[in-house]
Design a protein around this ligand. Structure first.
Ligand code: ADP
Ligand code: MG
Length: 293
């Protein structure tokens, strides 16, 4: 088997709060092969964001402490890296679409300026080359009329278009791995599906491995070949999406799945072999949602 691109091993993260120690992530292990799309799914507060932010060393508060484990990326433990070394990895090798990404765009700068800034931060290129790369990134995320949009401000774009820009920024330096934390949660169902399809397209075209963090099993079934289920800071189960959907080992996983509304079975569904049926239902559900709004 190929060496994993990302291998999180027994990660433990605590928050030292005034009220005591919170064990936010408890012995979590997750692997991602090059080019793989894995879902990290669980109810709110289960430790998904803390796990993914740990990969980038972006926990953002001195109260957060990684107490144990390893985060091996391309064969090296990121927990051993200095802050300077991590700056060379963030953006260049691991891109992030953070949970509140839509508000991460700066309202006072054009889309083009923000993209160019990110590119020049990570790559030693001149302004013109950076501009060309910025335009290419907007083309990559299929933003209509990208040359004109370079000059637009965030408020001039729709929510879906802004999310495309956020993804363009995360991919501007063509990282091998993209961490996408709830990339579609703030969007309505039609746009959700378009953004998920875009992530699939990027995965196919560039071979970018993607860790999609979500509370929504519909998202997982639409795009992820593998899934890890978390609850209360622990991994409940992991495996291929088809296997977990067909035979969830934990009642918790079943509960997460039943939170997605049931779809009416039609003739086409009955033609699908049982082993694939649940996956198929979820896919149908996601596309049906896309059509009805
Ligand atoms: P989610 O699965 O919704 O992304 P998070 O990873 O954001 O959950 O948070 C997991 C848990 O970590 C929370 O339930 C909370 O107990 C703890 N936590 C997260 N951020 C902080 C913080 N800044 N201070 C204290 N505890 C935190
Ligand atoms: Mg979160």
């Amino acid at each position: 088997m190929n060496e994993p691109l990302l291998d999180i091993q027994n990660l433990r993260v605590d928050f030292h709060t005034d009220g005591g120690v919170v064990h936010a992530v408890r012995n979590v292990s997750i692997t991602l092969a090059p080019g793989e799309i894995r879902g990290l799914v669980g109810e709110s507060g289960s430790g998904k964001s803390v796990t993914s932010l740990s990969v980038l060393g972006l926990l953002g508060t001195p109260r957060a402490r990684v107490e144990g484990g390893a985060i091996v990326f391309r064969g090296e433990n990121l927990l051993d890296k200095t802050e300077k070394e991590m700056r060379g990895i963030r953006g260049s090798h691991i891109g992030l679409v953070s949970q509140n990404a839509l508000s991460a765009l700066d309202p006072s700068f054009t889309i083009g300026a923000q993209l160019i800034e990110v590119i020049r931060l990570h790559q030693k290129v001149g302004k013109e080359t950076a501009r060309k790369k910025a335009l290419e990134s907007l083309e990559l995320v299929a933003l209509p009329d990208p040359a004109r949009r370079m000059k637009a401000y965030p408020h001039e774009l729709s929510g879906g278009q802004r999310q495309r820009v956020v993804i363009a920024i995360a991919l501007a330096c063509r990282p091998e791995l993209l961490l996408a934390d709830e990339p579609t949660t703030a969007l309505d169902a039609t746009v959700q599906k378009q953004i998920l399809d875009l992530l699939l397209e990027i995965n196919r075209e560039l071979g970018t491995a993607i860790l999609i963090v979500t509370h929504d099993f519909g998202v997982v079934s639409h795009v992820c070949s593998q899934v890890t289920v978390m609850r209360h800071g622990e991994v409940m189960e992991a495996g291929t999406t088809a296997a977990v959907l067909e035979e969830p080992k934990h009642p918790y996983t079943q509960g997460l799945m039943s939170a997605v509304p049931k779809l009416h079975l039609d003739d086409a569904t009955r033609a699908v072999p049982r082993s694939n049926r649940r996956l198929y239902e979820f896919k149908q559900l996601v596309s049906a949602q896309g059509e009805t709004r």
